[in-house]
Design a protein around this ligand. Structure first.
Ligand SMILES: Nc1ncnc2c1ncn2[C@@H]1O[C@H](COP(=O)(O)OP(=O)(O)OP(=O)(O)O)[C@@H](O)[C@H]1O
Ligand SMILES: [Mg+2]
Length: 215
């Protein structure tokens, strides 16, 4: 099982929306998914509670000693654990980053958000974790998203599609669904973001497997 943690110290970056939408993409692709919501605001858990489909599981955590709990999930047949974290540098946020195989850092393409992202990158690097960026809430018909992608590409890999600011995402979070059910454009971009995340989180094991065969 791989652990994908969504983190950004900046509030409202789009972490929970990203976590929920990636979970639906992964579940639709046949992966067995478990969610962990480490944010006391419980946005992801609230979304999951409203979800009608029984295709994604959620684990309540009782303590921040997560490694044992993660090992148990691994042996229960889950393929991917998606962890949502609070928009701060709390122990909860650190605990989520510490168990990650890959940290997804969503960011709005705006100057205040981009200039704050260095502190999240430092936090993830201090934990020695691999990370990628996803631009979220991109304004349609502006090139802010592309400018943000090119600025962030100096620090790490950036998802090839931008998650735009669309009412369908906000609605989906209110009813436990994915924007892709009602919005073709959202469906296209979130599917590209999932393909990118999937490659980045599962590539390490593919590489190990290849080396093993050669050896
Ligand atoms: N792509 C989007 N299009 C439209 N609205 C969005 C999009 N992404 C997020 N939002 C809205 O922006 C707000 C913040 O999003 P979200 O809760 O995902 O951010 P967050 O980083 O998890 O916030 P927090 O730091 O408070 O946990 C929510 O009201 C959400 O519905
Ligand atoms: Mg959140």
């Amino acid at each position: 099982m791989k652990v994908l943690t969504v983190a950004n110290r900046k509030g409202g970056a789009g972490k929970s929306t990203c976590a929920a939408h990636l979970a639906v993409e992964a579940a639709n692709a046949g992966y067995k998914i478990i969610l962990i919501d480490l944010d006391p605001q419980q946005t992801l858990e609230g979304w999951w509670n409203k979800r009608e489909k029984d295709d994604i599981d959620l684990m309540e955590v009782k303590s921040l000693n997560l490694s044992d709990q993660i090992s148990k999930l691994s042996s229960s047949g889950f393929d991917l654990c998606i962890v949502d974290t609070p928009g701060d540098a709390s122990e909860n946020a650190k605990a989520g980053i510490n168990i990650a195989d890959l940290v997804v850092i969503p960011s709005k393409p705006t100057a205040p958000d981009l200039s704050a992202i260095g502190r999240t990158i430092s936090m993830v690097e201090e934990a020695g974790k691999k990370f990628v960026f996803v631009i979220t809430q991109g304004m349609v018909n502006t090139n802010l998203g592309f400018q943000a992608s090119s600025a962030l590409s100096g620090f790490g890999k950036v998802a090839p599609a931008i998650i735009a600011n669309r009412a369908s995402y906000a609605r989906a979070m209110g009813c436990g669904d994915s924007a892709s059910s009602e919005d073709k454009k959202a469906a296209e971009e979130i599917s590209k973001v999932w393909d990118f995340v999937k490659e980045n989180i599962f590539e390490t094991s593919a590489f190990k497997h290849k080396k093993k065969l050669i050896a």
